[in-house]
Design a protein around this ligand. Structure first.
Ligand code: BTN
Length: 254
């Protein structure tokens, strides 16, 4: 599927109005959004790009953003609008609900916030803070969301692990529904319950990589017990100690 996002079509599906900007090509919508936030863009402003040359992922990785083959978007949230730790958790639920509603698929969430369909990652979420350069205080959270819509466009080296949402649906409607769901969830809904219902991790044997996955580092074997009220993953390591993980990465063993 080709992404032919237009502001007019996205607005048509929005429950409330938010300022929208669509660029043909940027380095990263998160970078553009951070600049706009520093220059006074309001809460709920959304930046889309048809292509990113330096799409960023978590833990210093890149995010492949081939031309018109995904929804690459960043939402500017005022810092006071919610617990920043929980914002990515809420965003994962919002993206799942939008995919369920618009695309008629039932995605799952791999902790922390990767969205999977048919055992392949179809969406990544990256929240970054914007600080006031004088006081150092966090003023905004930039919530970046990348949804793959066309697996044929993904780089060959990613094809084993990354997929795309297939089927007939409107990319404009999906983009708008992500915003609708996100803005209603950050209003204080019980999204941890909704997150847990979609977790592909709870009850599974996993490997924990505290500094992020690397082929050179052996993961630590553990059992994923639950998600706590802050979105932390409660794990029981094979040596018998329990821990709540708030960052890092896991892989599922079986
Ligand atoms: C991850 O998978 O680790 C997170 C990926 C987040 C990608 C999105 S695409 C829109 C926004 N701009 C970026 O540079 N990154 C996010």
């Amino acid at each position: 599927m080709k992404n032919t996002l237009s502001i007019e079509n996205i607005k048509h599906h929005l429950v409330s109005e938010y300022p929208l900007h669509i660029f043909d090509c940027v380095d990263s919508t998160n970078t553009v959004a951070a600049e706009m936030a520093s220059n006074g863009a309001r809460h709920g402003t959304v930046i889309f790009a048809r292509r990113q040359t330096k799409g960023r992922g978590r833990l210093g990785r890149s995010f492949a953003s081939p031309d018109s083959s995904g929804i690459y978007m960043s939402v500017i949230l005022e810092h006071s609008s919610g617990n920043p730790v929980l914002i990515t958790t809420a965003a994962a639920v919002a993206v799942c609900k939008a995919i369920e509603k618009v695309c008629n698929h039932e995605p799952l969430i791999k902790w922390v916030n990767d969205i999977y369909l048919d055992d392949k990652k179809v969406c990544g979420i990256l929240a970054e803070a914007v600080t006031n350069h004088k006081s150092g205080a966090i003023t905004h959270i930039i919530l970046g969301i990348g949804i793959n819509l066309n697996d044929a466009a993904l780089p060959p080296e990613l094809k084993e692990i990354a997929g795309a949402i297939n089927g007939e649906f409107s990319a404009d409607q999906l983009a708008a529904e992500v915003i609708n769901q996100l803005m209603s969830l950050t209003d204080g809904t019980d999204f941890i319950r909704e997150y847990k219902e979609r977790s592909m991790v709870i009850g599974r044997e996993i490997l924990v990589y505290k500094g992020g996955f690397s082929p050179e580092v052996a993961g630590t074997a553990a059992h994923a017990l639950d998600i706590d009220e802050n979105g932390g993953l409660i794990v029981l390591f094979n040596d018998g100690h329990k821990e709540v993980l708030s960052t890092g990465e896991i892989s599922i063993r079986f």
